[in-house]
Design a protein around this ligand. Structure first.
Ligand code: PMP
Length: 384
């Protein structure tokens, strides 16, 4: 059949992260630092709550927006970071992934412009293409922080309808500073633009937390995307959320309803218990990630790589520019010769070439073996 597939679907590919993860299967014994999946177990309170929910037959549909107590719990949790959304401004989704696509579908028409970071989570670009939007990119600074001048320039020239901001960042580990937040706010407050802020790593921030969603006076322009996959190490349970003022939420809910009806009930009860009783888990994993980050950073530095110290999330993004290999070639050769899998920077957009992403949400033991392999590989490359 001709034109069997949607042209929008044909315009995208499976994410480069998954591509590399899948390649590992062909290399028995390889160490993979490819996925953004914490190696911790789900906190026991969450497990118990999910078992109890099954035993109590809480297995029916929930309201489209999610169970009320969970939305109230999310509202209270966000307030700790000075972010204000009430229970009617929150919709529980099937992970942050569904939240993102719902926002894109609710806001963007074919041909509308969406402005995404030049180095960012692959979904920002792919979701844009999926809805037929035109995807534009803004540059980041050398240290991967927000380059407000780049954002301003493109907004002035192209007038995009939607801007994506994403801190703490996957893949760079950069965060939003108070100054960046205030400058972004000053820029956006008089612009006719909507902002989707992906804050899925907010619980893993090693410094004070700042976000554009803290700016009350532009709340009607901001859509916050977040979730529990990372903070409670529950990636497979699939619970996230999206927040927006009721005007925008009314449209988002329509997309969400026809997409999934509601997020899985059992996972929602788990997340609720987590917000009540497992916030200690976030502190615990943050501590672990901090020491792993220090270790990985020092190792990469000692290998002579140019690398920024991450300030959040659990990724580090060193430059491999000096080896005259594309990031894909670098990662292929590393996997072939040392059985170590990491993700080429090119998987994260136009600005990602020349970098590699190492996910340090793996055990210290795995990190050590993988970094030993990388070190040997680099020594061999340097000799050539
Ligand atoms: N945003 C970012 C930046 C991510 O890294 C991820 C997952 N890797 C998501 C959103 C989606 O996460 P999930 O669907 O598991 O909540």
């Amino acid at each position: 059949m001709e034109n069997m597939f949607s042209k929008n679907v044909e315009s995208i590919e499976i994410s480069g992260i998954r591509k590399f993860f899948n390649k590992v299967a062909n290399h028995p014994g390889a160490i993979s630092l490819t996925l953004g999946e914490p190696d911790f177990k789900i906190p026991k309170e969450i497990k118990e709550a999910m078992k109890k929910a099954i035993d109590e037959d809480k297995t029916t549909y929930t309201p489209n927006a999610g169970i009320l107590q969970l939305r109230q719990g999310i509202s209270d949790y966000l307030l700790k970071n000075s972010i204000r959304y009430n229970e009617n401004e929150i919709c529980v989704t099937v992970g942050g992934s569904e939240a993102l696509l719902c926002a894109y579908k609710a806001l963007l028409n074919e041909g509308d412009k969406v402005l995404v970071p030049a180095i960012g989570y692959p979904a920002y670009e792919s979701c844009g293409k999926l809805v037929g939007a035109e995807v534009l990119t803004y540059k980041l600074k050398e240290d991967f922080s927000l380059d407000i001048d780049s954002v301003r320039e493109i907004i002035n020239q192209e007038h995009p309808k939607v801007l994506i901001v994403s801190f703490p960042s996957n893949p760079t580990g950069a965060i939003m500073t108070e100054k960046d937040r205030d400058e972004l706010h000053a820029l956006l407050k008089d612009e006719d633009i909507l902002i989707i802020s992906d804050e899925i790593y907010s619980a893993i921030c090693f410094e004070e937390y700042y976000s554009i969603s803290q700016c009350e006076d532009i709340k009607e322009k901001v859509i916050l995307v977040s979730g529990f996959s990372k903070m409670f190490s529950m990636t497979g349970i699939r619970v996230g959320y999206i927040c927006a003022t009721e005007n925008i939420m009314n449209s988002i809910i329509k997309v969400h309803q026809y997409n999934v009806s509601c997020a899985p009930s059992i996972g929602q009860y788990g997340a609720l218990a987590g917000l009540k009783d497992s916030l200690y888990h976030c502190e615990l994993i943050k501590e672990q990630f901090e020491s792993r980050k220090e270790y990985v950073y020092q190792r990469l530095k000692s290998m002579g790589l140019r690398v920024e110290l991450p300030k959040g999330a659990f990724y580090i993004f060193p430059s491999i520019n000096k080896f005259n290999l594309s990031s894909e070639e670098f990662c292929e050769k590393l996997l072939e010769s040392k059985k170590v899998a990491i993700v080429p920077g090119s998987a994260f957009g136009v600005g990602g070439e020349g970098y590699i992403r190492i996910s340090y949400c793996y055990s210290m033991e795995s990190l050590k073996i993988a970094l030993d392999g990388l070190e040997e590989f680099i020594k061999e490359l340097s000799k050539k």
